[in-house]
Design a protein around this ligand. Sequence first.
Ligand SMILES: Cc1cc2nc3c(=O)[nH]c(=O)nc-3n(C[C@H](O)[C@H](O)[C@H](O)COP(=O)(O)OP(=O)(O)OC[C@H]3O[C@@H](n4cnc5c(N)ncnc54)[C@H](O)[C@@H]3O)c2cc1C
Ligand SMILES: NC(=O)c1ccc[n+]([C@@H]2O[C@H](COP(=O)([O-])OP(=O)(O)OC[C@H]3O[C@@H](n4cnc5c(N)ncnc54)[C@H](OP(=O)(O)O)[C@@H]3O)[C@@H](O)[C@H]2O)c1
Length: 258
Amino acid sequence: MTASAEKYTRQTLLDVQPLTPSLFTLRTTRDAGFRFRAGQFARLGVTKADGSTVWRAYSMVSSPFDEFLEFFSIVVPGGEFTSELSRLGEGDTLLVDRQAFGYLTLDRFVDGHDLWLLATGTGLAPFVSILQDFEVWEKFERIILVYSVREAKELAYQQLLAELRERDYLAEVAHKLQVITTVTREQHPGSLNGRITHLLESGELERAAGIELSAEHSRVMLCGNPQMIDDTRALLKQRDMHLSLTRRPGQVAVENYW
Ligand SMILES: Cc1cc2nc3c(=O)[nH]c(=O)nc-3n(C[C@H](O)[C@H](O)[C@H](O)COP(=O)(O)OP(=O)(O)OC[C@H]3O[C@@H](n4cnc5c(N)ncnc54)[C@H](O)[C@@H]3O)c2cc1C
Ligand SMILES: NC(=O)c1ccc[n+]([C@@H]2O[C@H](COP(=O)([O-])OP(=O)(O)OC[C@H]3O[C@@H](n4cnc5c(N)ncnc54)[C@H](OP(=O)(O)O)[C@@H]3O)[C@@H](O)[C@H]2O)c1
């Protein structure tokens, strides 16, 4: 099969940055023909020593306008894909499916005043992409990013998030964003200390944000741990907030990572 007929392209790793022993970010070249919407994911492939290729879904962290692709990855002990991925370094090859996938995108919502982005762990990735794209800042009056990790050292992209307000194209809208971090397995100054589900149930999340989460005004994106997503969806259902579907627009959009 010729390269152009293949379903994927070969991209080169430009940079790999460890955050903790089990979390790292990676940047690759981007094929000029690879298009995506902020919030979508790519299928990445690594070739193993026996010549076989393993594929996994990865949300883009980078914006649709960046010339490179960036990803944020866990290392699963003994994981088939991440064991290989975490061995790669600058100059190595990563396969990227030509097509981008996924519905964790702003076109899920036809209206709404406040956007709540709720992430656990590496589920932060698509929200960093969304926040780097201008659309979200035009569409919503308030944006509340809630990011839950076990330990403070796992809080990724804090500098990028803090520096969004310094980007010229966001100067007049950056005040719309509030970042709420929650660290669940230790106390951390400046962060809440509880699961997103518990913070929602107790009302602490709304108190911290200073606004009410309601079906009328709020739209919610959930990404990461599937149990967090199921449990949060159940809590939102009690507030009459439902999954947004093409045939029935709603208030909630989700991406399960496993
Ligand atoms: C739509 C989509 C987007 C995804 N985007 C990302 C991403 O941006 N970054 C990323 O690191 N992973 C992401 N994942 C997960 C990713 O596809 C793989 O599961 C992950 O790379 C582990 O692969 P593995 O073969 O090493 O282990 P697997 O055999 O795939 O997973 C083994 C177990 O590890 C745990 N696990 C898997 N992924 C994660 C994770 N991200 N965080 C915590 N625990 C996990 C689960 O318990 C899972 O059952 C995404 C998954 C989906 C479906
Ligand atoms: N060896 C290490 O040092 C190390 C470090 C990190 C991760 N890991 C491994 O990596 C894997 C995933 O770890 P992760 O921390 O990225 O993901 P995770 O287990 O999904 O945890 C990320 C955040 O989500 C919260 N959470 C988990 N389940 C939830 C639920 N049902 N409802 C609401 N919130 C929920 C966690 O809170 P809680 O803290 O309350 O669970 C934590 O704040 C695990 O298999 C773990 O063993 C290993």
